[in-house]
Each structure stands twice: as structure tokens, then as C-alpha cells.
Design a protein around this ligand. Sequence first.
Ligand code: HEC
Length: 464
Amino acid sequence: MARTRSRGRTSRVGWASVLTMSAIALLGVSALRAAHDGPTGADEVSQAPSTAVTYATHVAPILQKNCQNCHQPGGIGPMRLMEYEDVRRWAPVIKARVVQREMPPYHYDTHVGIQDLQGDWRMSDDDIQTVVRWVDGGAPMGDPADLPPPVTWPPAGEYLLAKRFGPPDLVIKAAPYTVPAKGQDRWWRPAVPSGLTEDRCIKAIETKPSVPGRAVTHHANSTFEPAGSTREPDAVGGSGPGSTRLSEYALGKIGEVIPSDACRIAPANSNVRWDIHYYPNGVEIVDDQVEVGIWFHDRDVTPETRYRQTLGLYALQSGTGDFEIEPHGTLMTQGYRRFETPVRIDSWQPHGHLRLVAKRLEVLYPDGRRETLSMVSNWNPGWHHSHVYAPEAAPILPAGSVIINTAWYDNTARNRYNPDPDQWVGVGDRTTDEMSHAWIAVTHLDAQGYERLTTERDRERERR
Ligand code: HEC
């Protein structure tokens, strides 16, 4: 009876993998495998579950935790995943996206390099398996009485880090800019007074496009410059004399948190120079304003009492940093940076556009050892993350270490994001050009600091 009903639903949604849990139990695993031809063809069910996985008990809490912040009315997700009826309709696609680790959108390899990250959106293997078993089991509701209470979400357009830190201490808005409905890429580089009268150490930063503007704001970088500076910024947003990088934002990124033992400086008497890249998307946006919210450390955290942390763009080091990818071709690029003093690597954010497919960060130690710190082998140009290493995992490198930044590009038709495999692709600012750099937050140590941090790290390891 139940099985007949499930089959009926199957044909409506074009989904042949629907079987009720009782049917799975009856048919056994091999029959389940044979019957399954879902969207991924992925069959991770290794044994028939003894208890039914239901929406109410098992799946709703997973969606609350991992999906609803975006898949809610007014959220950036294309559909709602708030109610059973909405979710059930999408069940096969949800399974596919979750198994491939494309949703939640956090692309970071799970079996290579440092796995201990802060603000990590990746789902646990257990939660992924629960979703798979639920979908394969016919996506049953279960008992509505078991549903968790709904989550109260902040209104669209609020700072996401406000949940953790309260409202920002300082908000700096770019001058307004009207983005046309159609046309090619636009750049907007206004300077705005920061209003800071003393040097402060930054705790967290979140760059926030406007709600209507978030789909067209491809990136928005910001740099502190000495007030009164009239210098025109260079092509990538500038880092002239006396200027320090405030933040980097690209489509999909949430924010940055700076470790409390380091100081990323917000200097007094400064302007914030914006470098905003808009990409018209069919709708005119009048007087759009990107803003950045800054949270400061307490005043006892000063540039004098902490090691300096910088956010830098680490690119190809040789020649002009130029490269070209031939039509229907592939390419690998590599960039190196040697650190003369000891450093701690606090975060890594790979950057690239539509032909980039994978990126890796390695370190070559002075003793010749080479180690992979992080890798993204399933790059998605729609999502950019600053992968912040957990305090106990952030690599501490001795003086003379070299970081190696490797990028792989695919300009063939096999790359699903490739808009035109017949084009030559060069380095440039446009979305259809390519880039090869990574943004890396580095705390600059001295011999003493290196000694202290590595000793603390060793002690902690022994304790655990
Ligand atoms: C940070 C925001 C965000 C989170 C978190 C998120 N999504 Fe998404 N999701 C999106 C956006 C934006 C898209 C459309 C663009 C894309 O596919 O990347 C999307 C697309 C999808 C699609 C494809 C829809 C289609 O038309 O094919 C599915 C399925 C999906 N999400 C499911 C989920 C599930 C399940 C979760 C949680 C496990 C989740 N998403 C978490 C933002 C998010």
C-alpha cells in the first residue's frame, strides 16, 4: 500500500529512487541499489536502516542548521526549504547537491590538509547520510508533533556576524553608484573618510552589499589610505605607500574574524578606498551602496601589544604575473612567496573566475619538507570563502618558509561554468578574464613569538 503510493509520487516528480523504509527493509540493500537511479547515481547507503528517517525528527533540524539561513523568504537561495511540502518537492536535487558537497556552498576538500576551520559550513558525514537515507526512503514526514520549533532568523540585509558580536562598532559606506541593467563590468573606486581618530585593532569585518545589489556585486575590496591621499588606485584596488588592506569581499563571502592575539590595524586619520566590481544582471539598481561593518577589539589590544596581522594578495611572483589559456586548453600556474621572518598563516581564500577549477596552498619548509595546507578541488566561481584556520590548527612557519599557490584552469567544454571554450582567456579584472591569486591573512612574528607559539602548541598537544 505504502509502496504503491510512493511509486505514484515518483512518477510525478520524475524520481525513481523513492521507496518507503518498509520497502527498503523488505527488499534489502542490493535491491535498493538496483532500484536507484536518482540524480547523482550515488548510492551511499551501506546498510538498511533499522529505524525510519523522517523529516520531522531527523531532517528538519539539519535543514535549520545548514540551509535555512539562505533558503528562506527574502534569502539568497532560489527556493524555500522551510516547510515539509517545499522540501519534499526538492528531495532528489537536495540529495544530489548535499552528496556532492555543493550545498551548503562551502568548497573545501575534506581529505586533504588542515580540516580544523572556524565558521566551517561543511555538513558532517552523518548528517549527509541522514539526508540520503531520508530521500532514498521516500522522504516521509513522520509525526508532525516531532518537528523542532521554527528558528527565528534576523531580517534580510542584517550583518550576519551581528549574531555573534552585536551590531558593528563602525560602519563605512561607499559613495552611491547606479548600476545599469545591462552592459559589461563596472568598477567603482570612491574614497570615504573612516572617521577614526585613534589606531584600533580589528576583531571582525563584514562587507555587506545592499539587498538589491548583492547579485551584481562581484567583489568589493577596501583599503585604508592616509587621509588626504589623492593617489589613483591601481588596477587591483591599490596598496600604495602608507595604505593597509581592510578587507576583501567576493560574491558569497560572509566575513572575516581576526585572532585575538593579533592586530589587523584600523589606522587613525584614514580614508577607506573602495574597489567595487559590479556586473550588470538585468535590473537597474539606483544609488547602490556597499558597506563594511567593523568590530574592534577592546582598547587594551593595541598595535603595540600584539603581532601585526596583514591580509595580502599572493599572486604569481615571476615577471608580470601574466598568463593565457588557449581555447579548449587547460593550464596550471604556480606562485611562490618566501617569508623572511616567522609567520602564522591565519586564513586562506582562493580566488579565480570561470575557468578556475582547483586551487591548492602548500608550504615548503626550510628543511625541505613540503606540506599541503589546504585544497579546493571543486571550485565554484559563485562562492568565495575565507577559510579561517582554528587557533590550534593555524600553521606556524619558521623564517625562510615558502608558500606555494597552485591553480588549475579548464577552458574546455567539460568545465560547466565555461561561457565560451572558443575564447583565449587572459589575466584581467573582468569576470570572463582570469585571476590566479589567493588572499592570505598572515600574522608576522619574530623569533621570540615563534618560540612562544610553538611551545604553547606543543603543550596543548600533550594535554589533549
Ligand atoms: C549561503 C547560502 C546557502 C546555504 C547555506 C545553502 N544554500 Fe542552497 N543555494 C543557495 C543559492 C544562492 C543557490 C543558487 C545558486 C547555486 O546553485 O549555487 C542554491 C541552490 C540550491 C539548490 C539547487 C536548486 C536548483 O534550482 O537546482 C539546492 C537543491 C539547494 N541549494 C539545497 C540546499 C540545501 C539542502 C542546503 C543545506 C544543506 C543549502 N542549499 C544551503 C544558497 C544557499
